[in-house]
Every structure is written in C-alpha cells, then in structure tokens.
Design a protein around this ligand. Structure first.
Ligand code: ADP
Ligand code: MG
Length: 702
C-alpha cells in the first residue's frame, strides 16, 4: 500500500514547504538534497546527525590512540610528495608532546602541495591509525593556522550529517541550520497528543530537535556520543513509534489480501531431493515443512528463515521456489548485491536446470538486447528470476508472480522489501514472501522491525564442516602474519585480507584497502594479490571475484563488501585487520567466508593493542565459538550500556537515531502509544509515518 499523501498546508504546517523556500536553496541544491530524500523543510529538521566531532579542544599527539578521532595541531616537519605504488602526499607534523604524526593524502591538488611547507602550522581533524610504527591520519581535514596564535576552537560539538556525493558537510549543515530558523513551536510540531506525551513523560519535540542539531556547549559529550541524552531518546522514541505504526499498517494491509495456493511437494520437489548430493538436515526439513504449509494457504506467507552462515538456506529457498513453479507461478529472488545474487544463480542453475526449470538472470551487466529479451521472457512467464533489488524494482513486469524470496534481509529497509510485493498478480492477490537471513534476530528486533514476519530457524549445520580455528594476534606481529600468508599461498591456499576502516565514506574505506594492497603486493612476491572495494564498478568487482574464484589470485584484499554471501570454498585463511573495532555480528559474518569447503580453515584477528575490555571480550568470544546464535546472544550482552562512539549500526536497519540494542527499553511504551494512536488518532499516525518514513522511502529509491 503506498504511503497516502498528506495534503500539505504550509500555513498549518511550515514543514510541508519545499526546501527551495529556504533562503539560498536554489534548484541545483534542491536537486542534490532530493537525492538524500530531503525535499520538504521538515525532512531537514529530521535529518539527524550521524555522529558528532569534538573540535572544542586540541588533543596532544602524544595522547592519541589508534582509532581516536581527534583534533590536533603541529608544525610541519617534512613533506614527501611522490610515488609509492601510487601518487601520494605525506606530511609529517610534530607538536609540543614531541610526537610525530603522518598525514597521508592520495587525492590532492597542486595548490595543496604548495601550501604545505616545512615550518607551517596545521590544525587537523581526523582518525588516527597505527601504520608501520607511526601514527597517521589518512585524508584529515586541515587548515593552516598562525604559528604562535592559539587555535580557534569550536564552542560546541559539531554535528556530522549523512550526506551524498556533491554535498559537502559544511554546506549541508548550513542548510539544516536555515531550516531550524523556521522550526515552529511544539503546538504546531508535535503529532503525539498532549495527553499521551504527559502520560509517558515525553518532553518537548522542538527542544529535542534543537538540541541534537546544535548541542549546547555544556552538553555532556559522553551522553551525546552514546545517544543517551534525553533529547536523543525523545527522538529515538518517536522514530521507533513511527516504525512500529508503519509496520502495523503494512501488516494489516498485507494480511487482508490473498495469495495463490501453492501446494508443495509435487514431482519437481521429489526430483530435486533425489538429485541433491546430500540429505537435508533435520532443521532444514523442519523449516521446509513450515514454509510448505504457509504456501499451501490462500493467505500471503510472510516468513523469515534465519540460519547461520552455511546452514543451507538456499536449498530451502529452492524447494519453496519449486512449489511455485509446479503450480504455474513465477518466483523472484533478490539479493542485496550482485555478487550475492550470482551465488544464488549458480546454485539454482545447478539444481533446477536438470529438472527443466529455467533460471533468468537480471544483473546490471545484462544490458541492451540481452536485457530486453530477458525482460520479455519474464513478462511472458519465465519461471525463476534472480537479481538485485534495484533490478527487480526497475521496470520488471511479471506475468504471474507467486513467490518473492529476499536474501539477507537486514540489508534492506523493510519498505524496500515490501515494494516487490505489488508486482504482477490479479485483483487483490499478492505473492508469498520468504526472507532469508544469517543474522540471528534478537528479541527486540523481532518485536519491531520484523514484527510483520513469522520466524523459522535452521539451527543446525550440515555435517562434515570443519570449524574455523580463530586466533587473535597483535598488529605488532603483522609481519609474522604476512609470512604465514606467504607460506599458505605456497601451499595453494587462498587468502582474504579484510580491511575494516569504519567510515561513512566509501572513499576512505577504499583508500585503506589500497594501502594494504600495496603492502601485501610488495611483501608477497610471486603471488598475485587482488583488491575489491565498494568504489569499484560492478564489472570490475565481478572480474576480481571471478579471478579469485578461478584461483588466479592468491590473496584478495577487501573491504567489508565481502561480508555477505561470497562463496569461494578454496579460500581457507582470513585475516581481519583492526578486528577490535568490529562488532561480533560483523566479525561472524566475515569469518563465515572461510570454512566453506572441506579444508581446515583459519581466521586471524589482527588487533591494535592496547585492547579495551569490551574488545578483549569480543575477540575472546570469536576464539571460543563458531556458533552464530551464541555469538548473537553474547553480542547483545556486551552491547549493553557502556558502548561508545559510532554505535549506530549502519546497514542493519535504516534508523536515523534509534538503536534497538540501546533503546529496546522504549518499546513497551512505543507499543502502548502506537495502539492508542491507531485507534483514536489515525490521521496523526499517518502524519508521523509521512514525517519519518516518507522521506526514507524516497531515499531508498534514490
Ligand atoms: P547459507 O545458509 O549460508 O546461505 P548455503 O545455502 O549457501 O548456506 O549452503 C552452503 C553450502 O552447504 C552449499 O554449498 C550447499 O550446497 C551445502 N549444503 C546445504 N545443505 C546441506 C546439507 N544438508 N548437507 C550438506 N551440504 C549442504
Ligand atoms: Mg546464503
């Protein structure tokens, strides 16, 4: 069901005015803002900071620890401009603590080189890393300052907003600042009835917004960074409430519709089981039966199949697909990346083509006539179509879509998942939906984000897997690890080297990978080292993956783009850099890329000492167990109060401020208010959804 348009009344609701009504926002800027889903003034009010930077003070370089984001100052001691595998600029600065910090640039202008002279003084902000025995910042923000004067400091934390290419952080912050000038008083802003606000102790929405956009100088930095300030909690509450309302509405809408009856276990089902080189595990058989029972009903199935990495979700999906095909319906399978979609394609073709079931491939690289023909076959009723969600959404028409399968659900917004549902059935019919995920769903998530799904678990791995042996090694012994890689390559093993710079910018992530790539290429003479990261074109990525799969590359340096679904059974060693910075869920996902064949596999968690208490415990858990469910439990336990900086998990759910691990305690009140709103104030519920989800839904399609 599409989000119902709320008629904008700019007088009653100044937030409904387009952004172009703000001073200084012309058509070009408005267009760029629209890419972020920022079309109305209120979209700006609710475009919340991703994090804050502390430029209120200068940190002594001597006190910098790897991983710190900080502002430092120092005198330029040397400037190196040259090639090291690629053009780069290396500037060393030193401060009063007599410690050296290297600033490294891969992209720069001639003017910058000319400006950065020995003896000049710089004020920089960036993230410190430990590289080859010295501290460095890659692409820090910097400005030249007077050698003697005290640096000008900000008097409050600087909000950093999610942004897009072509829109600098300062410019975006400026536009948001302008929107705040027209932020009305609460009586025209608040959508939750006063009586409910009072009952549940919800403070002023206006104050909360002003606070998160412009934290006052005396704000408690730790609260703010941890997202626990009452103003942030106030907004998190409203966001969770909106998510809840929107899911309830969608669930009701879907449950009221009908789906085709797909009686499972026909001839195709039997033949696939007979052809498979293995027997289903007990867990697979149980979940398959649950799915089959859903499909045989005239009501839409909405089922999440959750199973650890390697638990064999694909075959369960294939059996469901055959039920649809047998009944004369089509199946669409979508995955978040082309790489992952291709893994499915491979298994589906392997299993289904011998049964005479054709599998269509709709990838970005299928273009021109080939794409046209594929689309035509889909429109005429081709049985199974596999692709990424983008491809599925753009102009693909199905003749009789009976089942939608979505892999790795946590990568999609709930709304994206639902978008496919409206494709190609007669009358009020909708396809059944099967969602696959390797991420165990904690209870808090099950209560909110997945509230519209029934859940099945494949809680058993196929027999004969050799568990991955995991060790943690200090980065001080990096060279031993590289030796070990050398030896492993010599034995014909293949290796992943994962770079884990946590940055909102794909560019910085790519740079970190390039640095590691240069280092490994130099150290591993005689072996080919490849690189893959999110800045590469899909074609380039695919070529690299193909080369790795074919064994032409011994080592693959990657960013966390390989986190999901990549399947190269011969890869049996994984090194994860800066592993202390990753959460358990992500480490587990990454490690799941090895241990996929019969070869004994190893995972090396490289860490940067000294380890904090939490990081130490996380690495310990990783060494102790390969069990995704145990890891998920431990994860929630460790991520209780106390976790700091950048805790908002990007990619898990597209929340702007809420964090289910942190804010789960708000859910009972969210549900109570949600119920009252839907019953007594349905228009207010609509407006809340439009405020928070309307923009996000547009963003998802940008
Ligand atoms: P995931 O749940 O991570 O998506 P896959 O479905 O990709 O896992 O399965 C991983 C591998 O295990 C595949 O190569 C698949 O053929 C194999 N597999 C699946 N089920 C079984 C089973 N019951 N016994 C043996 N191997 C299996
Ligand atoms: Mg899978």
């Amino acid at each position: 069901m599409p989000v119902r348009a709320v008629t904008p009344d700019p007088v009653a609701d100044p937030g409904a005015a387009p952004v172009s009504t703000l001073p200084g926002v012309g058509p070009a800027l408005a267009q760029t803002l629209a890419k972020l889903g920022l079309e109305r003034v209120q979209d700006l009010w609710f475009h919340l900071p991703l994090r804050y930077e502390d430029r209120t003070r200068v940190t002594s370089i001597g006190d910098l620890r790897p991983g710190d984001r900080a502002q430092v100052t120092g005198i330029i001691e040397s400037v190196e401009h040259g090639y090291r595998g690629r053009v780069q600029l290396k500037v060393a600065i030193r401060d009063a603590s007599d410690t050296l910090l290297v600033l490294r640039f891969f992209h720069f202008h001639r003017a910058q080189v000319e400006q950065l002279k020995r003896g000049s003084r710089l004020l920089c902000y960036g993230e410190a890393r430990w590289v080859a025995n010295s501290l460095e910042m890659v692409h820090p923000q910097y400005q030249r300052i007077d050698v003697d004067a005290a640096p000008a400091l900000e008097d409050r934390l600087s909000p950093i907003y999610p942004t897009t290419e072509g829109l600098g952080p300062k410019r975006l912050a400026g536009v948001i600042e302008k929107s705040l000038a027209v932020l009305p008083q609460d009586d025209r802003l608040e959508l939750i009835p006063a009586e409910l606000c009072a009952k549940y102790g919800l403070g002023s929405l206006r104050d909360a917004l002003m606070f998160v956009h412009r934290p006052p100088p005396d704000a408690v930095v730790a609260d703010l960074i941890g997202g626990r300030h009452p103003s942030q909690q106030r907004l998190a509450f409203e966001e969770l409430l909106t998510q809840h309302l929107s899911l309830k509405r969608m669930r009701a809408a879907v449950r009221s519709r009908r789906s085709p009856v797909l009686a499972a276990r026909g001839d195709l089902h039997k033949r696939l089981l007979k052809n498979l080189p293995f027997k289903l595990t007990g867990a697979q058989a149980r979940v398959e039966a649950e799915v089959a029972a859903d499909l045989a009903k005239p009501k839409p199935m909405l089922r999440l199949v959750q199973g650890d990495v390697g638990s064999g979700k694909t075959v369960v999906a294939a059996l469901a697909a055959l039920a649809a095909v047998q009944a004369g319906y089509q199946v669409a399978l979508m995955a978040p990346t082309e790489l992952l979609a291709e893994q499915h394609l491979r298994l589906f073709r392997l299993w289904l083509e011998p049964l005479g079931v054709a599998v269509e491939w709709l990838a970005g690289k299928v273009q021109g006539t080939a794409r046209k023909k594929a689309l035509q076959r889909v429109a005429e009723g081709a049985s199974i179509v596999i692709g990424t969600h983008a491809l599925m959404q753009e102009g693909v028409a199905f003749a009789r879509l009976g089942l939608v399968i979505v892999d790795e659900q946590h990568r999609f917004g709930v709304h994206q998942r639902l978008a496919l549902r409206d494709k190609g059935l007669e009358g009020d019919q909708v396809p059944h939906q099967l969602v696959l995920t390797a991420t165990p769903i904690p209870r808090t998530l099950a209560m909110s984000a997945y509230a519209d799904l029934d859940v099945s678990s494949i809680d058993e791995l196929p027999p004969g897997r050799t568990p991955v042996q995991t060790i943690a090694i200090s980065n001080a012994r990096r060279y031993d690890v590289i030796e070990r890689i050398h030896a492993a390559c010599g034995e014909g093993r293949q290796v992943y080297w994962v770079c884990t710079l946590i940055e909102e910018s794909e560019q910085l992530r790519a740079q970190a990978a390039e640095v590691a790539h240069a280092e490994l290429s130099a150290a591993l003479e005689g072996f080919r080292v490849g690189i893959i990261h999110g800045r590469m074109k899909p074609k380039e990525k695919q070529a690299v993956m193909d080369a790795f799969k074919a064994g032409e590359l011994a080592v693959l340096v990657a960013t966390t783009v390989i986190e999901v679904g990549v399947d190269v059974p011969n890869a049996s060693l994984m090194v994860i850099e800066n592993s202390e910075r990753l959460g358990l869920a992500q480490l587990h996902q990454l490690r799941g890329r090895v241990g996929r064949g019969a070869i004994a596999s190893n995972c090396v968690l490289l860490y940067q000492p000294p380890l904090g208490q939490l990081a130490r415990e996380r690495l310990q858990v990783m060494r102790d167990t390969n069990d995704g469910f145990r890891i998920a439990e431990k994860d929630l336990e460790l991520r209780g109060p106390g976790e700091v900086l950048g805790t908002r998990q990007t990619g898990q759910l597209s929340f702007r401020i809420a964090d289910l691990a942190r804010d789960g305690h708000l859910l009972p009140a969210v549900q109570a208010i949600g119920e009252r709103l839907l019953k007594e104030h349905p228009q207010q519920a609509e407006r809340l959804i439009e405020r928070w989800v309307g923009g996000a839904a547009r963003y998802a399609h940008a």
